[in-house]
Each structure stands twice: as structure tokens, then as C-alpha cells.
Design a protein around this ligand. Structure first.
Ligand code: ATP
Length: 234
């Protein structure tokens, strides 16, 4: 579905990603793991067209998305749920959700899509008319994911969705990601909870200094000595 080859990118003249090769197949949950500064967020920003590709290619269902605009990438079916939620705090939850349906193909079906999305997020449904800024951190994160689903994505990309959430809310959030998959959406996930993420993920790639140094199934990575020592603390 998503195929990334020799991806190089960075900020200004500073190159951060040094030729990444990875893929996400339809229906999978794939995770990128790596220490702070390894280049995970940079990879996601490049995939979404927020920063330019210096070299390499990104293709999605055979369509070349290299250096396409963020709008074209959403139109192609890739949506990112950004780190830190980034809702409009003075708008209602409902208006925040409607803003998620800016993909051209999603606009005519906004009402139907909202009903479908609210079935997955009953807690969000209860808060539809509340200002987004008045919700708890966990609720805001759910709204951010629901907003991502409003664009009718085929691939949903998560950047640190559990950041700042209490352990119970982290569990809920992982449950929501499972729900998203059950609704036919493929997931690419960057998460600091490496243990739980590898248990959930079909496959993972390990990034160090802007390069992939290891890959495998979630199970393989969980039992890999390097991963255990560097990311799981034993
Ligand atoms: P974290 O887990 O801390 O979020 P990460 O793996 O997501 O880490 P990135 O945010 O991709 O790491 O950062 C990779 C490198 O790019 C770091 O060295 C960082 O300092 C640098 N970097 C990130 N954003 C910018 C920017 N806007 N301008 C210049 N350098 C940046």
C-alpha cells in the first residue's frame, strides 16, 4: 500500500533521514520506533508533505506521492493525527470534526461519515456541542483521532498518540487504534510505549540516526536483544 524507498529529507540544508526503505501493507499496523531525535517525526512529516523530500520516493497504491502537497496527500487517502492534538479549542467538538472532512471526496458525505465515526467514539458523541478546549487531555486525543477518521483515510498515521495520557487512557487509546483497524483503515504508528506498541503492531522498523537499523514482526522485535536493552530496559 505505502512504499517508501531511499527516502532522504531534513530541514533546510540539514539532512536528517538518510535513505529509508520501508512499507506498510493494507490492513497492517506498522510502527516506527527509535530514540529521541532518531527521525520518527521527520519521517511522518515527509510522508504527509509538510517538509520536502530531498531524494527517494513515496508511493501509495501505485500513485507517486513524492513531494506532493499535504492536500494532495490527504486526497490520496493518507491522514495524520498530529502529536499534541492540535484541535481548535474555541470551536465545538462537532465543528472540529467537520474540519476533518476537508478531503474533497469526503465533503458530500460529511453527515454520514460523522455518524459512522461517532459510532467508533461514543465518548466523543456525548461531547459534540462542548468546546474542544474544555475536554480532558484523553478526550481531546480521541477527538483528534475522530477528526482524522472524518477525512475517510485509508492510511491513518499517528504521532505519539498517548503523549501525556494516564495509563488507563493509554489503554483506551490502544483500544481505539484496534477499532480503527477493524474499520478497514491501515495504521502507521509512532509511539513512546514501545512494549505495548510492539505487542499491537504487525511489524516494526527501528530508526537510529535517520536510518533503519532493524525490522521485523512485533513479536520478533519484542524478543530482540538490542530492542530489549535499548527500549524495554531489560
Ligand atoms: P522524538 O521522539 O524526540 O520526537 P524523533 O525521532 O521524532 O524524536 P525528530 O523530531 O524527527 O525525532 O528529529 C530528528 C532530528 O531532526 C533531531 O536532531 C531534531 O533536532 C531535528 N529537527 C527536528 N525538527 C527540526 C526543525 N524544525 N528544524 C531543524 N531541525 C529539526
Amino acid at each position: 500500500m505505502l512504499k517508501v524507498s531511499n527516502l532522504c529529507s531534513g530541514y533546510g540544508k540539514t539532512q536528517i533521514l538518510n535513505g529509508l526503505d520501508f512499507e506498510v501493507k493494507q490492513g497492517e499496523i506498522v510502527t516506527l520506533i527509535g530514540a529521541n531525535g532518531a527521525g520518527k517525526t521527520t519521517t511522518l512529516k515527509t510522508l504527509c508533505g509538510v517538509i520536502p523530500t530531498m531524494a527517494g520516493h513515496v508511493s501509495f497504491d501505485g500513485e507517486d506521492l513524492t513531494n506532493k502537497t499535504p492536500f494532495a496527500i490527504v486526497d490520496a487517502g493518507i491522514t495524520m493525527v498530529p502529536e499534541g492534538r492540535q484541535l481548535f479549542p474555541n470551536f465545538t467538538v462537532k465543528d472540529n470534526l467537520i474540519m476533518g472532512s476537508y478531503k474533497r471526496a469526503a465533503r458530500p458525505i460529511v453527515q454520514r461519515k460523522m455518524e459512522e465515526v461517532l459510532e467508533i467514539f461514543p465518548r466523543v458523541k456525548e461531547r459534540l456541542n462542548q468546546l474542544a478546549g474544555s475536554l480532558s487531555g484523553g478526550e481531546q486525543q480521541m477527538v483528534a483521532i475522530a477528526r482524522g477518521m472524518m477525512s475517510d483515510p485509508r492510511l491513518l498515521i499517528f504521532d505519539e498518540p498517548s503523549l501525556g495520557l494516564s495509563p488507563i487512557l493509554v489503554q483506551q487509546m490502544f483500544g481505539v487504534i484496534r477499532n480503527v483497524i477493524e474499520h478497514g483503515v491501515t495504521v502507521l504508528l509512532v509511539e513512546q510505549n514501545v512494549f505495548q506498541t510492539l505487542r499491537l503492531a504487525d511489524r516494526g522498523y527501528v530508526l537510529e540516526n535517520g536510518a533503519i537499523i532493524l525490522s521485523g514482526t512485533g513479536q520478533e522485535l519484542l524478543s530482540d536483544p538490542h530492542i530489549r536493552k535499548a527500549y524495554l530496559g531489560h
